[in-house]
Design a protein. Structure first.
Lengths: 111, 114
């Protein structure tokens, strides 16, 4: 089945640092989604990507759809305490109606 | 837009008991999804409905699990004869057919089987 692998699994950074994380797939995706999940809450959509090579920003967040269509990247600039959480990449599963999620990247920020 | 609402937020039950969770999607959304998330993992698809029709079920959805969406609005997920391995966060999400921007998740129901 389709699998998404996220790297790194966890990050410990200082406030103000930039963050980079990535997601790779065992198969080609035609959509990439990045979600953030706070403790005890459901995932919230941050950025959606629909085209290979696409670069999309949402405030301090920037995500790119890899040209091979098997990877995607998320960058956060000038991190702040509210960026703490778990970041998930996701893409359409078989049949396209469901999403397949990576295992997440846990971001911890030291003030 | 009041978001996706799930009830209860937390449920502790004894092994062998039955539990039922409710999800109220965003009112104009015609698709509704159930996912399960265990600690340290991403959400895993369980099943989805388009209006009142259940169109797909994952192999994760054993015969102890049943989901309904009787009038195409709210949905229920029932787990019979709960096992400790059922302990997880159960997430509901909804979307509108034709919209590409992923879907909206609720806050989830955290189930603990003791």
């Amino acid at each position: 089945g389709q699998q998404l692998n996220q790297s790194p699994q966890s990050m410990f950074i200082q406030e103000g640092e930039d963050v980079s994380m990535n997601c790779t797939s065992s198969s080609i995706f035609n959509t990439w989604l990045w979600y953030k999940q706070d403790p005890g809450e459901g995932p919230v959509l941050l950025i959606a990507l629909y085209k290979a090579g696409e670069l999309t920003s949402n405030g301090r967040l920037t995500a790119q759809f890899g040209i091979t269509r098997k990877d995607s990247f998320l960058n956060i600039s000038a991190s702040i305490p509210s960026d703490v959480g778990i970041y998930f990449c996701a893409g359409p599963g078989e049949g396209a109606q469901k999403l397949v999620f990576g295992q997440g990247t846990r971001l911890t920020i030291n003030p | 837009d009041t978001g996706v609402s799930q009830d209860p937020r937390h449920k502790i039950t004894k092994r062998g008991q039955n539990v039922t969770f409710r999800c109220d999607p965003i009112s104009e959304h015609n698709r509704l999804y159930w996912y399960r998330q265990t600690l340290g993992q991403g959400p895993e698809f369980l099943t989805y409905f388009q209006n009142e029709a259940q169109l797909e079920k994952s192999r994760l959805l054993s015969d102890r699990f049943s989901a309904e969406r009787p009038k195409g609005s709210f949905s229920t997920l029932e787990i019979q004869r709960t096992e400790q391995g059922d302990s997880a966060m159960y997430l509901c999400a909804s979307s509108l057919v034709g919209r590409r921007r992923g879907y909206t998740f609720g806050s989830g129901t955290r189930l603990t089987v003791v």
